[in-house]
Ligand binder design. Structure first.
Ligand SMILES: [Fe+2]
Length: 348
């Protein structure tokens, strides 16, 4: 047992390095191919890719996690494409049980990047009745995860600007691309009947009213630009991966109530495509608040609490925010506007 404790950090580092190095470009092509058997949408591909790497890390450490079906599919296609199958560290032969003392939540306090979390946010079902004890236990677990997550983020990385994120030609291509996406495909989402803390997804929620239009090849190429991903990873101090991207359409009167982002959006990179969007309000002084405090804050102050810092970003300029840590809102818009939104999350 004492041998294991001293070996654990080394084994975890080894597992992470193995998982991060895997080149899955051929797996991704197969799962994405429009005429293939799977035809996964890009965000699913990105998120399962990331979650599959986490499963590989856990598998190497001999943790007995049962992966969801999508990870089993990814693993099957990966092995068929010639990647080495998931392996367990040789040290596992010397002892029974996992080679790590960390649970999944302790290892990845940023939360699972699976579609389930997104759906719960968008189509928020009324929670099943829970006892006071269950509620308290879930809130305690959520509070611990947020505390663990905040240790990964420092005040220096709460936000930054990227001066010339896109060229004027790319901005114009985005305008044309967004115009072709059907507005009906967008979904306004509703965080719940009253603003508060969502302890299942470790996020602050409130109401919003805007449209998600999805993306096209131009936005996707900006999202996945290797140099941009490198810059974001450098800033965050760990390797980050593109997860989702979308155009956001705001009509006059649309808004985004105060919230923190879901696990798939550790970093949001926002830029103006067209129009004059009102400011994004970020509450940096609330970033270190615990869930119960955030819950009380929005219960008392509603969707647009006073305070915070307002950012207006000009066309071609990108505003990067660690939105899972920092509560943020967009006040009701005076005019219509289109925003490009690019999201990134880390493996560890
Ligand atoms: Fe957000």
């Amino acid at each position: 047992m004492s041998l294991l404790r001293s070996d654990e950090p080394h084994l975890i580092a080894e597992a992470v390095e193995n998982a991060a190095e895997l080149d899955v470009s051929s797996v991704r092509s197969q799962l994405y191919a429009p005429d293939g058997a799977h035809r996964w949408p890009r965000h699913r591909l990105n998120e399962v890719d990331l979650e599959w790497r986490r499963w590989r890390i856990r598998r190497y450490l001999n943790a007995d996690d049962d992966p969801p079906g999508s990870i089993k599919v990814f693993e099957r296609v990966a092995v068929a494409a010639g990647l080495p199958p998931a392996t367990v560290a040789p040290a596992a032969a010397e002892r029974d049980g996992p080679l790590t003392t960390l649970t999944y939540d302790e290892m990845f306090p940023q939360g699972p990047v699976i579609a389930k979390a997104m759906q719960a946010r968008v189509l928020r079902q009324p929670a099943l009745r829970e006892t006071d004890e269950q509620h308290a236990a879930m809130l305690l677990a959520s509070t611990q995860r947020r505390a663990d997550y905040l240790k990964k983020i420092s005040g220096d990385t709460y936000w930054w600007m990227i001066g010339d994120l896109i060229s004027e030609a790319t901005r114009r291509a985005c305008v044309a691309e967004a115009a072709q996406l059907p507005a009906s495909a967008g979904a306004s989402y509703d965080g719940g009947l009253s603003p508060g803390w969502d302890k299942e997804h470790d996020a602050l929620v409130s109401k919003s009213c805007n449209a998600y239009l999805g993306a096209g090849p131009t936005l996707i190429s900006v999202h996945e630009d290797p140099y941009l991903v490198f810059l974001i990873s450098e800033r965050m101090g760990r390797r980050m991966y593109p997860t989702r991207c979308t155009y956001l359409k705001y009509r006059a009167g649309d808004y985004l109530g105060v919230h923190t982002d879901q696990p798939t959006c550790e970093v949001s990179l926002l830029f103006t495509v067209d129009g004059e969007p009102g400011p994004m309000r970020s509450y940096f002084d609330r970033a270190n608040s615990d869930p119960a405090t955030l819950h009380r804050w929005v219960s008392d102050n509603g969707h647009f609490p006073g305070g915070g810092q307002d950012f207006v970003y000009r066309p071609r300029e990108g505003f990067a925010l660690t939105g899972r840590a920092v509560p943020h809102a967009r006040l009701p818009q005076e005019d219509g506007a289109f925003i490009g939104a690019l999201f990134y999350s880390g493996l560890i």
